[in-house]
Design a protein around this ligand. Structure first.
Ligand code: HEC
Ligand code: HEC
Length: 399
């Protein structure tokens, strides 16, 4: 748990008794009940770091309430996970000191200490004012699931599957950016996720929050992700190679990671994957023909081979590991809900770009028109009456 220091939060002793009374139960001593106490710092990472996923995948979901225990078992299953406590204490202290200096606290989140990061952050709209507002909103609406530092380990997290997202690897699933390079979501992607939630999971929709509030929440998610990724990369290097693995000293390496992350976020907004929908006249036979081709590609081992994971159209699937070391099931594609949206362009980008963190590969072998065929098939799949007769029989026979 987070170390919570009370020192420094009460400046005028005369107010002490009053404040202690007024603050009972609110967890902090700021006048603003939504704000974090000034003395509160981000807890350092304690959960284990996944270095290598096992080939051996359990065929049962992990027991409810298990998250970190399950990740630690990866070692027994032939993968590799390491405890951050194995990093020597002096280096740990250096890292925590650096993070504190460069990223501030939950009450005062900021990009400090490095001129270039500050400029990049400001260009992304991640000003200290925006982040402070985002932090308060996050505390109120997100922290119980995503954790104070975006570690995906809020109080409810172990009981929720899929678990709330850990933002600290900088990895996101529902992105519309190009398939190559570090795939960050655009602001619009995150806005879509916040507005619509992730249907079929516990991630709620925040449609009723104002647009302004949703934007501040996005700022803060990006900030937590950059901060978390900086911590993650340094710990990973130290666990794998020890101090000699650093290029220069810890602080310079950390600054470089932060800048690269910020650059990747910046790049994303101008790197949206083109997806130009072919136009067919409504109810023209061309649509049905495209669905038939898409269905064939879906099943064909030499085509898209979607069926290797989405067996029986996703009704009977096996668990697989994601990059966080947790288990995920390939989607049931006969269910009309899609986490990343149902618009044809969204489906096109999902297929062509894959879902990297869930280890769903990008279907780059498919041509543009073949990808649209698969999109047309997917759009019709949950609705038997929209499928051409032969395909309908194949998908829904006996049901
Ligand atoms: C009740 C728990 C819960 C709450 C509250 C919650 N989330 Fe989530 N969130 C989730 C879960 C679960 C997932 C992951 C679902 C998955 O991976 O399929 C998720 C995923 C996400 C993602 C990742 C999307 C992607 O493309 O990978 C973002 C961003 C996100 N949440 C932001 C927020 C923000 C911001 C808030 C507060 C305004 C919030 N969440 C509140 C449970 C929650
Ligand atoms: C290696 C396994 C694998 C292959 C091959 C694969 N998928 Fe997936 N797919 C997954 C996993 C895992 C998920 C669940 C991702 C998540 O929710 O985190 C998924 C989810 C999806 C989703 C749901 C996305 C959403 O927004 O909810 C669609 C649509 C999809 N896959 C389509 C396809 C298509 C079409 C193909 C073939 C071109 C394909 N998949 C090939 C593993 C795979």
């Amino acid at each position: 748990m987070a170390a919570r220091s009370r020192t420094g939060s009460v400046r005028r002793p005369a107010l002490l008794a009053f404040l202690l009374f007024a603050c009972a139960g609110c967890g902090g001593c700021n006048s603003d009940p939504d704000a974090y106490p000034n003395s509160f710092v981000y807890p350092p990472r304690q959960d284990w770091i996944v270095l290598e996923l096992p080939k051996n995948v359990p065929n049962q979901p992990e027991a409810a309430g298990e998250l970190d225990e399950a990740i630690q078992r990866i070692n027994e299953r032939g993968g590799k996970v390491r405890n951050p406590e194995d990093v020597p204490e002096s280096l740990h202290d250096q890292l925590n000191g650096h993070l504190r200096k460069s990223f501030g606290t939950p009450a005062e989140p900021e990009f400090a200490d490095d001129h270039e990061s500050k400029i990049l952050a400001n260009e992304l709209g991640l000003s200290p004012e925006h982040l402070a507002t985002g932090s308060k909103l996050f505390r109120k609406h997100c922290q119980q699931c995503h954790g104070v530092n975006g570690n995906g380990r809020g109080q409810t997290a172990p009981w929720i599957t899929p678990h709330p997202r850990d933002f600290r690897q900088g990895a996101f699933k529902f992105v519309s950016t190009n398939a190559t390079g570090p795939r960050k979501p655009t602001r619009d992607d995150l806005f879509f996720t916040l507005t619509n939630g992730l249907p079929g999971t516990q991630m709620p929709r925040f449609k009723l929050r104002s647009e302004e509030e949703r934007q501040r929440l996005i700022d803060y998610v990006i900030y937590l992700s950059v901060r978390g990724r900086t911590e993650f990369e340094i710990l990973r290097t130290l666990l794998v190679h020890g101090e000699p693995g650093l290029n220069a000293d810890l602080a310079s390496d950390a600054k470089e990671i932060t800048r690269n992350e910020l650059r990747a976020w910046q790049k994303a907004n101008n790197d949206v994957m083109p997806a130009i929908k072919p136009t067919f006249a409504e109810n023209s036979p061309a649509v049905a023909e495209s669905i038939v081709r898409g269905h064939t590609l879906f099943l064909d081992q030499k085509g898209a081979a979607c069926v290797t994971c989405h067996m029986n159209y996703g009704r009977d699937t096996k668990l697989q590991y994601d990059v966080w070391g947790t288990l995920i099931k390939p989607g049931d594609l006969t269910d009309a809900r899609r986490k990343g949206g149902t618009a044809p362009e969204q489906l096109y980008r999902r297929i062509h770009g894959g879902i990297g963190p869930s280890n769903m590969p990008a279907a780059i072998a498919l041509s543009e028109s073949q990808t649209w065929d698969v999109v047309h098939f997917l759009q019709a799949l949950p609705y038997p009456d929209r499928l051409p007769e032969d395909v309908k029989k194949r998908v829904y026979s006996g049901r």
